[in-house]
Write a protein that binds this ligand. Structure first.
Ligand SMILES: *[C@@H]1O[C@H](CO)[C@@H](O)[C@H](O)[C@H]1NC(C)=O
Length: 335
């Protein structure tokens, strides 16, 4: 009867007291748990980082030999790109004190392997590859489609780059369809590529920027064709043979390369990476590699069928695959 006459407030207080008393042992064991996790933190860190990705520290080094192996096994017909990428990436990641972020500009026709190589680089740096939270892909027509919103995109992009590099210095930014990127956005990226020690308290020197574009594809094809015409091996093409074509053609051409001139003039791009047009034999190599990665035995009959379904671009004397290896996967699905 006495309980019934207790005022509600008193009941409430009694209830809370009762509950907190009941919780005491629980919170105590929680505290013990937290403490033991904290003391065990160092040994748990790798486990934690395997579950939730961690930003690599300054002296963690990606495996250069693995990068070479992957390029050798999976990238076909691109001896120049292979050589430049390997040199650029390994020297950058082994440099304890880079003076600027690494900026690579990948050129060539669609399907020659530009996206593929970016993916290989991402996978060499981060186990999750393109899915890593430290790898960021921007596609001009998808992420920045409207001309009238350039100012908004600009602010957003700068905020993202700053935010992500502050969170992890070794962030990777990939810009696809660079030839379709608004010049205003190029200006927005420029300060991050420069030789500054810091910009507003953030250092960008360990970041990697990769720009992909079709610009220069035709010029690269012309050089390849000239070599073929004069009976020389494709593998004999050296960077110097393309340098002139690329620098004069791509970057002085208002339609395809104006965007680049400001990056070039200031030497903000560290390496130009040319991708040669692919021949019939290279397409067949891609098909075989894809079959192997699916765990199939290589069946030349299917290789031949798939290769013949691909479309080829033909000059008078020579044929090049017009989409490279791009549609190999979907074509192979049919067989
Ligand atoms: C990092 O970049 C992504 C875009 O890839 C963006 O959505 C995100 O907000 C950025 N993070 C920070 C902290 O700015």
């Amino acid at each position: 009867m006495a309980a019934l006459v207790l005022p509600p407030v008193l009941l409430l207080v009694a209830g809370v007291e009762l509950r907190s008393a009941a919780l005491e042992p629980v919170s105590l064991s929680l505290a013990i748990g937290v403490a033991s996790v904290l003391t065990g933190y160092l040994s748990l860190a790798p486990f934690y980082c395997a579950l939730l990705e961690c930003c690599p520290d300054d002296d963690s080094r990606p495996d250069a030999a693995a990068l070479q192996l992957t390029l050798d096994e999976k990238l076909f017909g691109q001896h120049l790109a292979k050589e430049v990428i390997l040199r650029a990436v390994t020297s950058f990641i082994n440099n304890p004190n880079p003076k600027k972020p690494l900026a690579l500009s990948l050129h060539g026709w669609a399907g020659t392997g530009k996206n593929f190589v970016s993916q290989i680089i991402a996978e060499n740096l981060y186990e999750a590859g393109m899915r890593s939270k430290f790898v960021h892909l921007f596609i001009s027509t998808l992420h920045f489609p409207h001309k009238h919103q350039v100012q908004l995109y600009k602010d957003q992009l700068q905020k993202w780059i700053r935010g992500n590099v502050s969170a992890c210095a070794k962030s990777v930014f990939i810009f696809d369809e660079m030839d379709k990127l608004h010049p205003g956005l190029i200006d927005a990226i420029k300060p991050f590529l420069d030789y500054y020690e810091q910009v507003d308290g953030v250092s960008y020197r360990r970041a990697i920027f990769i720009f992909l574009s079709n610009a220069g594809g035709n010029l690269i094809m012309k050089v390849a064709l000239d070599f073929w015409r004069s009976g020389r091996l494709r593998e004999e093409i050296r960077l110097q043979d393309l340098d002139e074509a690329l620098s004069l053609g791509v970057f002085n051409n208002r339609n395809s390369g104006l965007w680049h001139s400001s990056l070039i003039d200031r030497n903000l791009i560290d390496y130009f990476v040319p991708f040669l047009p692919l021949e019939y034999q290279h397409v067949k190599m891609c098909i075989r590699a894809e079959m192997m990665s699916r765990g199939h035995l290589i069946d030349e009959d299917t290789v031949w069928k798939v290769a013949n379904e691909m479309t080829f671009f033909s000059t008078d004397e020579m044929v090049y695959s017009d989409k490279g290896c791009k549609t190999v996967q979907t074509k192979l699905d049919f067989y």
